[in-house]
Design a protein around this ligand. Structure first.
Ligand SMILES: CC(C)(COP(=O)(O)OP(=O)(O)OC[C@H]1O[C@@H](n2cnc3c(N)ncnc32)[C@H](O)[C@@H]1OP(=O)(O)O)[C@@H](O)C(=O)NCCC(=O)NCCSC(=O)c1cc(O)c2ccccc2c1O
Length: 258
C-alpha cells in the first residue's frame, strides 16, 4: 500500500508506523489520520504481527498533534479529521501498541501516547497538551483517559496550564513506561517487543480488551464532545488560537469570549 504521510514496515513480528512529516514536527492532517487508520488496520489484523510501534521521523518530534499551518481541517469526521476513528483503532486492534516517543509529544501527539498500550521515551522527549493555548481541546481520551494515567489533579494541571513535561516527569506521573538515552531508544523498544512476542497472542489480546472495557465509556464522552467542539471551532475565540500560532504571536482569547 502506498502512503504519503507515513512509513509502514513489518519486521519479525513487529509493525512500525512512522509519521513522516518532520517539516511540521510530525503534526497530522486529515490525510495523515486516514493513512494511520489504514496502517493500524493492516498491522492489527495480520497474524504475523504481534506488536505495533508508533513513532515519528527524526529526533525532534514524535507528533505535535494536528497540523496548524493550514487553518481548519476539511476531511472526514465531525471536526474535519477522522481523529475518533484513529483513536478507536489504536484501542481496538488486538495487539499491543507501543509509542516510541523520540521527541515532542504535544497536543494530539500526547493523546496518541496516552492511547497507546505502552510508551517508551527518549530522555530528550517532552510531553504536554496545548489545546487551550491554540483554541482547541481533545475532550475524551485526551482528558479522561489521561486522568486515569496521571491522576485527576495532574491531568487538569496538564490541560489548564499547558506546560511541557520532561520524559522523567512523564515517567514519574505514569504517562510513559520507561525513559532511556536517545541512542538506546531503538534497542529498548526492540527489547520490549521481543518480550511481548514470546507471549500467547490471544492472552495478550484478551488482556488488552479487558483493560479497555474498564474505561470504554470515555469513547462516548469523546463522541459527544466532538459535536460541541465542531461548534466551538466556528467561534472567533477558537480561531484566534490558530491565527496566533500562524502569526507567531500570543493569542488574545479574552477579546472574543461571549
Ligand atoms: C512542538 C513545539 C513545542 C516545538 O517548539 P520549538 O520552539 O522547539 O519549535 P518551533 O515552534 O519553532 O517548531 C518547529 C517548526 O515546526 C512547526 N510546527 C510544530 N508543530 C506544528 C503543528 N502542530 N502544526 C504545524 N506546524 C508545526 C513550527 O511551525 C515550526 O515551523 P517553522 O516553519 O516556523 O520553522 C511547538 O512547535 C508547538 O507548540 N507546536 C504547536 C503544537 C500545536 O499547537 N499542536 C496542535 C494542538 S491541537 C491538536 O493537536 C488537536 C488534537 C486532536 O486530537 C484533535 C481532535 C479533534 C479536534 C481537534 C484536535 C486538535 O486540534
Amino acid at each position: 500500500m502506498e502512503f504519503k504521510d507515513i512509513i509502514y514496515t513489518e519486521d519479525n513480528g513487529v509493525a512500525t508506523i512512522t509519521i513522516n512529516r518532520p517539516q511540521v514536527y510530525n503534526a497530522f492532517t486529515s490525510n495523515t489520520c486516514e493513512e494511520l487508520i489504514q496502517a493500524f488496520s493492516l498491522a492489527g489484523y495480520n497474524k504475523d504481527v504481534g506488536v505495533v510501534v508508533l513513532t515519528g521521523t527524526g529526533d525532534k518530534a514524535f507528533c505535535t498533534g494536528s497540523d496548524q499551518s493550514g487553518g481548519r481541517h476539511k476531511g472526514r469526521g465531525v471536526v474535519g479529521l477522522p481523529i475518533e476513528e484513529l483513536q478507536s483503532i489504536i484501542r481496538d486492534i488486538p495487539k499491543p501498541v507501543i509509542a516510541r516517543v523520540n521527541g515532542y509529544a504535544i497536543g494530539g501527539g500526547n493523546v496518541l501516547v496516552t492511547l497507546c498500550d505502552l510508551a517508551i521515551a527518549s530522555e530528550t522527549a517532552q510531553l504536554g497538551q496545548v489545546g487551550p493555548k491554540v483554541g482547541s481541546v481533545d475532550p475524551g481520551f485526551g482528558t479522561a483517559l489521561l486522568a486515569r494515567l496521571a491522576g485527576d489533579k495532574r491531568a487538569r494541571e496538564i490541560w489548564y496550564l499547558c506546560r511541557r513535561y520532561s520524559a522523567q516527569q512523564a515517567l514519574d506521573w505514569g504517562l510513559v513506561n520507561a525513559v532511556v538515552p536517545a541512542d538506546q531508544l531503538d534497542a529498548e523498544v526492540k527489547k520490549w517487543c521481543d518480550e511481548i512476542l514470546q507471549m500467547s497472542p490471544t492472552a495478550i489480546a484478551l488482556a488488552k480488551r479487558s483493560f479497555n472495557m474498564d474505561n470504554e465509556n470515555i469513547r462516548g464522552i469523546g463522541a459527544f464532545a466532538m459535536q460541541a467542539l465542531a461548534m466551538y471551532y466556528d467561534t472567533e475565540e477558537s480561531k484566534e488560537g490558530g491565527n496566533a500560532f500562524r502569526e507567531k504571536r500570543k493569542p488574545e482569547f479574552r477579546k472574543y469570549v461571549k
